[in-house]
Design a protein around this ligand. Structure first.
Ligand SMILES: [Zn+2]
Length: 59
């Protein structure tokens, strides 16, 4: 994993609202795991105005 290609992104967990810091990779994909409610958040920009956010529940 090359950290030079990553930059931190802050967002709130869409499930519990906890503030999370994730790392966005060069391809624009963002992956965050919430330590409070254990959901996995995957975010990817599709177009300039459209961002796809996928939330996967652990349970
Ligand atoms: Zn959460």
């Amino acid at each position: 994993m090359e950290f030079k290609n990553l930059y931190p992104v802050q967002m709130h967990c869409p499930n519990c609202g906890k503030q999370l810091t994730g790392y966005k990779s060069k391809d624009g994909a963002l992956r965050i795991e919430c330590p409070r409610c254990m959901v996995k958040i995957f975010s990817k920009r599709i177009t300039r105005k459209e961002i796809n956010i996928k939330v996967t529940s652990a349970s």
